[in-house]
Design a protein around this ligand. Structure first.
Ligand code: COA
Ligand code: AMP
Length: 629
């Protein structure tokens, strides 16, 4: 079948389409129907009973895949490699789940997972789902405060962590971050499980911490607990417009059915193949494509602890693909830009046998045509952009490689996937025609596997996604569609920026800057960056009579962001200004500031209060090297 036939078959009978896909999942009780008109946007497979861990692990052992590697760990940072078969994975996860259960973790309890890129991170996620406990994975590059905010909101019974993460230039000790986060949160977990790594031994807090191995000793392994199709499998926090992140909920049934569908139809992967997503378990890409989707499909997944460059060089990606016979590879454009910068001629590619590789998939930020072209030329393989978000959990638009390889139009993530009726809307919410820029929205209901609401925040869910365009889910991205139905994603419509494929909130950074005692007012913008896509830049207006020097205050706010949000914010540039450009009604003109920083031509908005401020902003930006030449 061609893509257009598949899309049409979904459109003409969504129930039939998704029920047919649901048959590929093992259910303790099959759902009586696909869509349930309940909750703010509907729910999928709500009356079915199933278990995620069973579908990702146990069923493959039962089907004779017990000896196949389920997880390959490749860590150039620690110079180690190992693998875990499906049978070993089942036993390890059953044991961990048994130990969690013995300490009181049950269906519906939340468990925070704060782990580096080691197989135990995936095992911890699976052990939670085995019990029907709801995990919330927190990215290791976030600081203690961000962890605390998530502990406060998710109210976990347990936190599972490791003694350390490994960055190329340093060991990231997790225990002090954990202790500080628990201290900052009024909610306290009952216990913490610490996986001790060889590189760093953490001192356990008596009465609270248990060691990964010891607490499993002598416990009864846990069987899979069947849960309802609309039982949350996880909550994943993502950046919104404020410092309070949004807890995206994922329901069990739709998650299983759609991820399984994507492996074959988007990524061209079958049971027994090797799939690699070079991301981190802390992001949605890691949830869907390091942990769940490959395993649900019976494929081998790779947990990679390294960077595209510097571990040890820009040939690492190609070495991993060769060594583990990777068939489909998924990464962020920023990672390819980093490789291209180090090895512009792609000479290192020639050192490796990439004959196993069929395609490269890019997502997480806009894939610029130059990067796609470079990789296509060097690999002589399809390089396929696809577009999605934490909220959707799987691609809204993609080039469905496993169905049909559609012509690539560089700059476009291609076409809408079944389940998504994507529309471009004008400000009044009316669909616009091809070629016209507008807000990108998806007509409700969203397909299975996407978010049904936000954790503890249904009102915020409605306000953030549903109220602006009744009948639609608002993606927060702006763009257009062409005559052939190809989507083009051009910009965010909110305060979210994308730094090295990481989603950050300028509002959250502003909250940290505003917390500095000398700062009266501030603004943060995302400025185009040739490596990271965007970089955050801060503007500070100081209180009258401040004694500290501008340089010192800038240094302090940079340290604050690193300390409160984390190194991943990559906040390194700020300048002091007298005033911020505003409209007469007091709205800060961030978009105009971005244009100045990027050296673009622009006309000052008619609503500007005082156009003189713009030249002050321009001078301040020049002082920190913008626009870049
Ligand atoms: N734990 C602790 N710190 C972390 C971390 C983690 N898990 N991940 C990143 N950091 C730190 C880095 O050490 C760095 O700290 P520094 O300021 O002391 O150097 C900082 O956060 C910024 O990291 P990063 O964004 O990774 O920048 P970089 O300059 O080290 O590397 C790239 C640049 C492009 C190579 C890198 O950003 C990259 O690999 N990006 C791909 C991202 C990706 O796959 N995203 C997934 C979304 S699909
Ligand atoms: P996240 O929730 O972290 O996955 O970030 C989602 C956001 O990243 C989207 O809303 C887009 O703004 C951006 N994004 C992700 N993939 C793409 C892509 N292929 N093209 C353009 N933007 C993308």
């Amino acid at each position: 079948m061609a893509y257009r036939d598949v899309y049409a078959s979904w459109k003409s009978d969504p129930e039939g389409f998704w029920m047919a896909q649901a048959e590929k999942i093992d259910w303790d009780r099959p759902p009586s129907k696909a869509f349930f008109d309940q909750g703010p946007v509907g729910e999928w497979f709500a009356d079915g009973l199933t278990n995620t861990c069973w579908n990702a692990v146990d069923r493959h052992v039962a089907a004779g895949r017990g000896d196949q590697p389920a997880i390959i760990h490749d860590s150039p940072i620690t110079d180690s490699r190992s693998s875990v078969t499906f049978r070993e994975l089942r036993d390890r996860v059953a044991s961990l789940a048994g130990a969690l259960r013995a300490k009181g973790v049950e269906k519906g309890d939340r468990v925070i997972v704060y782990m580096p890129m080691i197989p135990e991170a995936v095992e911890a996620m699976l052990a939670c789902t085995r019990l029907g406990a709801i995990h919330s994975v927190v990215f290791g590059g976030f600081a203690a405060h961000e962890l605390a905010v998530r502990i406060q909101d998710a109210q976990p019974k347990a936190i599972i962590t490791a003694s350390c993460g490994m960055e190329p230039n340093r060991i990231v000790k997790y225990k002090p971050l954990l202790d500080s986060a628990i201290e900052q949160s009024s909610h306290k977990p009952d216990f913490c499980v610490i996986f001790q790594r060889a590189q760093e031994a953490a001192t356990l807090t008596p009465g609270r911490d248990v060691a990964w191995d010891e607490f499993q000793s002598g416990v009864e392994p846990a069987e899979c607990v069947p849960v309802e199709g609309n039982h949350p499998v996880y909550v994943l926090y993502t950046s919104g417009t404020t410092g309070q992140p949004k807890g995206v909920i994922r329901h069990t049934g739709g998650h299983l059915v759609t991820l399984n569908w994507t492996m074959k139809n988007i990524y061209g992967i079958e049971a027994g193949d090797v799939f690699w997503a070079a991301s981190d378990v802390g992001w949605v890409v890691g949830h869907s494509y390091i942990c769940y989707a490959p395993l649900i499909a019976g494929a081998t997944t790779i947990v990679f602890e390294g960077k595209p460059v510097g571990t040890p060089d820009a040939g690492t990606f190609w070495r991993v693909i060769q060594d583990h016979k990777v068939k489909s590879f998924f990464t962020a454009p920023t990672a390819i830009r980093a490789v291209k910068r180090e090895d512009p001629k792609g000479e290192l590619i020639g050192d490796y046998d990439l004959s196993s590789l069929q395609a490269v998939f890019l997502a997480g930020e806009r894939a610029d045509p130059d990067t796609i072209q470079w990789l296509e030329d060097k690999l002589n393989l399809p390089v396929l952009d696809h577009w999605w978000q934490t909220e959707t959990g799987w691609a809204i638009a993609a080039n469905p490689f496993g169905i049909e390889r559609m012509p690539v139009k560089k700059g476009s993530p291609s076409v809408a996937m079944p389940g998504y009726d994507v529309q471009i809307l004008d400000e009044a919410g009316h669909p616009v025609g091809p070629g016209t820029l507008g807000a990108i929205a998806v007509r409700l209901p969203l397909p299975p596997g996407t978010l049904p609401s936000l954790w503890n925040a249904e009102d915020r869910f409605r306000k953030a996604y549903l109220d602006h365009f009744p009948g639609y889910y608002e993606t927060g991205d702006a763009g257009y569609v062409d005559e052939d139905g190809y989507l083009y994603i051009m910009a965010r419509t909110d305060d979210v920026i994308n730094v090295a494929g990481h989603r950050l909130s300028t509002g959250a950074i502003e909250e940290v800057l505003a917390g500095h005692p000398d700062v009266a007012e501030c603004a943060v913008i995302g400025v185009a960056d040739s490596l990271k896509g965007q970089m955050p830049v801060g503007f500070l207006c100081l209180k009258k009579g401040v004694e500290n020097s501008d340089e010192q205050i800038v240094r302090e706010v940079i340290a604050r962001v690193r300390d409160q949000i984390g190194p991943v914010a990559a906040f390194k540039l700020a300048c002091v200004v007298e005033r911020l450009p505003k409209t007469r009604s007091g709205k800060i003109l961030r978009a105009t500031m971005v244009k100045i920083a990027e050296g673009e031509q622009f006309n000052p908005p008619a609503t500007i209060d005082d156009p003189e401020v713009l030249s002050e902003i321009s001078d301040a930006l020049q002082g920190i090297g913008y626009p870049q030449r």
